[in-house]
Write a protein that binds this ligand. Structure first.
Ligand SMILES: [Zn+2]
Length: 343
């Protein structure tokens, strides 16, 4: 190994479980992270510093001040600029480790683009905040035979599990089973809030599994569904067996991958509805000029246009995707979208 690289990663190479050969594997490896919020920023930070050679970060959202307590790659200037998370993550990760390749993609993972965005990566990390996207990741990974690492955190606790298609249980094996005992985290950041420390624990376990997989140390994988509560100190690690009747890894019915898209989604952590129109291209500057007389606080950057129609705030991306803040009612969001962006 190049002496400068050896020095850079020397304290990690010294760890007997990894060694120089493991580090070489990491440098030549790659991973894709779906979602770059709390878990995604924490895991991406660890993987970039570890020297994973190529990272792709997919995220549909932009940064707000209320993200900063737990989304540890971002700072106040990112929130003031309302930068897309994928764009800000790429910048910060490049500053952290210029020797690796980082690519931020501003997009919502959908059945239509999942194959294009995920194919070619030997590992997928879950940094999403909702059930539908996680199941889409599960279906895409299981159908392609690619490992992925589930992770979720809410309030003071979180869960994580590594899915090796054909070997271990997949997410559908237990979340869709009638005996599902609550590991699906029915609470959300909307109802229960979240402690940054819970995120750190779960993202660290997830990143450690990623490093084992990418460094070829699969014998060290924990093979458990792990949950940890930083408030009570309660820790559980249970074996989950494969369900031979599982829709995804058993019967190979990839219903989320075959789905016809997600017309609107309620986002985690605030009062918002997202409207996603497929394959629509908008000229944001022209739209901003057109809206200026009718709405308040029109602001745009290269990636998005934002404006207020009190009590609502709309953020429009160039592909037509729009986040309506101030409501949880899809009908209200659709009506505002039709009124200001056009149906
Ligand atoms: Zn399964």
């Amino acid at each position: 190994m190049d002496p400068k690289l050896y020095e850079k990663y020397s304290r990690q190479i010294l760890f007997a479980g990894l060694g120089e050969a493991g580090q070489e594997y990491l440098l030549n490896s790659s991973a894709v992270l779906v979602g770059c919020g709390a878990l995604g920023t924490a895991a991406a930070n660890l993987l970039a510093r570890s020297g994973v050679g190529r990272l792709r970060i997919i995220d549909r959202d932009f940064i707000e001040p209320s993200n900063l307590h737990r989304q540890t790659l971002f700072d106040e200037s990112d929130a003031r600029a309302a930068l897309p998370k994928a764009v800000a993550a790429e910048r910060h990760l490049r500053a952290i480790n210029s020797a690796i390749s980082v690519e931020g993609i501003v997009a919502d993972l959908t059945p239509e683009n999942a194959a294009e965005l995920l194919t070619g990566f030997p590992l997928i990390l879950d940094g999403t905040d909702n059930f539908a996207t996680r199941m889409l990741v599960n279906d895409a990974a299981v159908s392609a035979g690619a490992p992925w690492i589930y992770a979720a955190a809410v309030a003071s606790y979180g869960v994580t599990m590594t899915v090796l298609p054909g070997e271990t249980a997949c997410l559908a094996c237990f979340l869709e089973s009638p005996e599902n005992n609550g590991f699906g985290l029915e609470e959300t950041c909307d109802t229960a809030g979240i402690l940054n420390a819970a995120v750190g624990v779960i993202a660290s376990i997830q990143a450690a599994e990623a490093i084992k997989l990418l460094a070829g140390k699969t014998e060290a994988l924990h093979h458990r569904l792990i949950s940890f509560d930083v408030w009570s100190g309660r820790f559980q690690a249970i074996r989950v067996s494969r369900n031979p009747q599982c829709r995804a890894c058993g019967r190979r019915e990839f219903t989320y991958l075959e789905g016809s898209g997600q017309p609107h989604i309620t986002l985690c952590g605030r009062d918002s509805v997202q409207i996603h129109e497929h394959s629509r291209k908008l000229d944001l500057a022209a739209l901003g000029r057109r809206l200026a007389p009718a709405v308040l606080d029109v602001r745009n950057n290269d990636f998005l246009l934002r404006f207020s129609v009190p009590p609502y705030e709309l953020t429009v991306f160039a592909d037509g995707r729009t986040i309506v803040k101030g409501t949880r009612d899809p009908a209200v969001a659709r009506s505002l979208y039709a009124r200001y962006i056009g149906a």
